[in-house]
Ligand binder design. Structure first.
Ligand code: 5GP
Length: 112
Protein backbone atom coordinates (compact mmCIF):
# COMPACT_ATOMS: atom_id res chain seq x y z
CA UNK A 1 0.00 0.00 0.00
CA UNK A 2 1.28 3.46 -0.86
CA UNK A 3 0.33 6.73 0.78
CA UNK A 4 0.41 9.02 -2.25
CA UNK A 5 -2.88 10.37 -3.57
CA UNK A 6 -2.80 8.77 -7.02
CA UNK A 7 -2.02 5.36 -5.50
CA UNK A 8 -5.02 5.75 -3.22
CA UNK A 9 -7.26 6.73 -6.13
CA UNK A 10 -5.93 3.84 -8.23
CA UNK A 11 -6.57 1.34 -5.45
CA UNK A 12 -10.00 2.76 -4.64
CA UNK A 13 -8.90 3.84 -1.15
CA UNK A 14 -10.02 7.37 -2.01
CA UNK A 15 -13.27 7.43 -3.91
CA UNK A 16 -13.42 9.83 -6.83
CA UNK A 17 -16.04 9.78 -9.57
CA UNK A 18 -14.56 7.71 -12.38
CA UNK A 19 -15.21 8.90 -15.92
CA UNK A 20 -14.13 5.52 -17.25
CA UNK A 21 -12.09 2.48 -16.25
CA UNK A 22 -10.77 -0.84 -17.50
CA UNK A 23 -8.99 -3.76 -15.89
CA UNK A 24 -5.69 -1.91 -15.59
CA UNK A 25 -6.43 1.83 -15.46
CA UNK A 26 -8.88 4.49 -14.26
CA UNK A 27 -9.87 7.93 -15.61
CA UNK A 28 -11.06 10.81 -13.45
CA UNK A 29 -11.29 14.60 -13.54
CA UNK A 30 -8.21 16.73 -12.84
CA UNK A 31 -8.66 18.79 -9.67
CA UNK A 32 -7.33 21.93 -11.41
CA UNK A 33 -8.70 21.78 -14.97
CA UNK A 34 -6.82 23.59 -17.72
CA UNK A 35 -9.57 23.07 -20.30
CA UNK A 36 -13.34 22.47 -20.22
CA UNK A 37 -12.53 18.75 -20.19
CA UNK A 38 -9.38 17.79 -18.30
CA UNK A 39 -9.10 14.15 -17.28
CA UNK A 40 -6.26 12.10 -15.87
CA UNK A 41 -5.73 8.47 -16.80
CA UNK A 42 -3.58 6.42 -14.44
CA UNK A 43 -2.62 2.75 -14.33
CA UNK A 44 -3.81 0.79 -11.31
CA UNK A 45 -0.17 -0.25 -10.74
CA UNK A 46 2.29 2.52 -9.91
CA UNK A 47 4.86 3.63 -12.47
CA UNK A 48 6.81 6.80 -11.80
CA UNK A 49 6.73 8.17 -15.34
CA UNK A 50 5.98 7.32 -18.95
CA UNK A 51 9.46 5.86 -19.43
CA UNK A 52 8.63 3.17 -16.89
CA UNK A 53 5.09 2.74 -18.22
CA UNK A 54 6.28 2.28 -21.80
CA UNK A 55 8.30 -0.75 -20.72
CA UNK A 56 5.10 -2.57 -19.73
CA UNK A 57 3.04 -3.18 -22.83
CA UNK A 58 -0.05 -4.37 -20.93
CA UNK A 59 -0.34 -1.24 -18.80
CA UNK A 60 0.77 1.12 -21.56
CA UNK A 61 -1.85 -0.24 -23.91
CA UNK A 62 -4.49 -0.08 -21.17
CA UNK A 63 -3.72 3.55 -20.35
CA UNK A 64 -3.75 4.62 -24.00
CA UNK A 65 -6.96 2.80 -24.86
CA UNK A 66 -8.64 4.17 -21.75
CA UNK A 67 -7.54 7.71 -22.64
CA UNK A 68 -9.19 7.34 -26.04
CA UNK A 69 -12.31 5.78 -24.53
CA UNK A 70 -12.58 8.46 -21.82
CA UNK A 71 -12.21 11.22 -24.42
CA UNK A 72 -15.09 9.69 -26.33
CA UNK A 73 -17.23 9.33 -23.20
CA UNK A 74 -16.49 12.98 -22.35
CA UNK A 75 -17.88 13.98 -25.74
CA UNK A 76 -14.64 15.20 -27.30
CA UNK A 77 -15.80 14.59 -30.85
CA UNK A 78 -13.93 17.57 -32.29
CA UNK A 79 -10.48 16.47 -31.12
CA UNK A 80 -8.43 16.43 -27.95
CA UNK A 81 -4.88 16.28 -26.67
CA UNK A 82 -3.10 13.52 -24.72
CA UNK A 83 -0.10 14.63 -22.66
CA UNK A 84 2.42 12.85 -20.46
CA UNK A 85 4.45 15.50 -18.68
CA UNK A 86 7.69 13.73 -17.87
CA UNK A 87 10.50 14.75 -15.55
CA UNK A 88 11.53 18.22 -14.51
CA UNK A 89 11.73 19.82 -17.95
CA UNK A 90 8.49 18.12 -18.92
CA UNK A 91 6.73 19.80 -16.02
CA UNK A 92 5.80 16.60 -14.16
CA UNK A 93 4.72 17.45 -10.61
CA UNK A 94 3.20 14.14 -9.49
CA UNK A 95 5.59 11.14 -9.48
CA UNK A 96 2.92 8.64 -10.53
CA UNK A 97 2.49 8.40 -14.28
CA UNK A 98 -0.67 10.06 -15.59
CA UNK A 99 -1.96 10.84 -19.05
CA UNK A 100 -3.72 14.20 -19.32
CA UNK A 101 -6.77 14.21 -21.62
CA UNK A 102 -7.51 17.81 -22.60
CA UNK A 103 -10.29 19.12 -24.77
CA UNK A 104 -13.49 21.06 -25.09
CA UNK A 105 -11.80 24.12 -26.59
CA UNK A 106 -9.34 24.86 -29.35
CA UNK A 107 -5.91 24.12 -27.83
CA UNK A 108 -2.94 26.24 -28.83
CA UNK A 109 0.50 25.05 -29.94
CA UNK A 110 3.25 25.19 -28.84
CA UNK A 111 2.39 24.65 -25.17
CA UNK A 112 4.07 26.89 -22.63
P1 5GP B 1 1.69 17.02 -13.85
O1 5GP B 1 2.06 18.45 -13.57
O2 5GP B 1 2.43 16.07 -12.93
O3 5GP B 1 1.74 16.63 -15.27
O4 5GP B 1 0.14 16.91 -13.49
C1 5GP B 1 -0.36 16.65 -12.23
C2 5GP B 1 -1.83 16.90 -12.30
O5 5GP B 1 -2.46 16.29 -11.20
C3 5GP B 1 -2.19 18.39 -12.26
O6 5GP B 1 -2.93 18.73 -13.43
C4 5GP B 1 -2.99 18.54 -10.98
O7 5GP B 1 -4.04 19.47 -11.08
C5 5GP B 1 -3.50 17.12 -10.76
N1 5GP B 1 -3.72 16.77 -9.36
C6 5GP B 1 -2.86 16.91 -8.33
N2 5GP B 1 -3.40 16.44 -7.19
C7 5GP B 1 -4.63 15.97 -7.51
C8 5GP B 1 -5.67 15.33 -6.75
O8 5GP B 1 -5.56 15.12 -5.54
N3 5GP B 1 -6.79 14.98 -7.42
C9 5GP B 1 -6.94 15.20 -8.77
N4 5GP B 1 -8.09 14.83 -9.31
N5 5GP B 1 -5.98 15.79 -9.52
C10 5GP B 1 -4.83 16.17 -8.89
Amino acid sequence: MSDDIFSKIAQGEIEVPLVDSNEYAVAFADINPQAPVHLLVIPKKKFLNVTELAADSTYMQAVMSLAVSAASKAGLTNGYRLVFNTGQDGGQTVPYVHCHVLGGRSLTWPPG
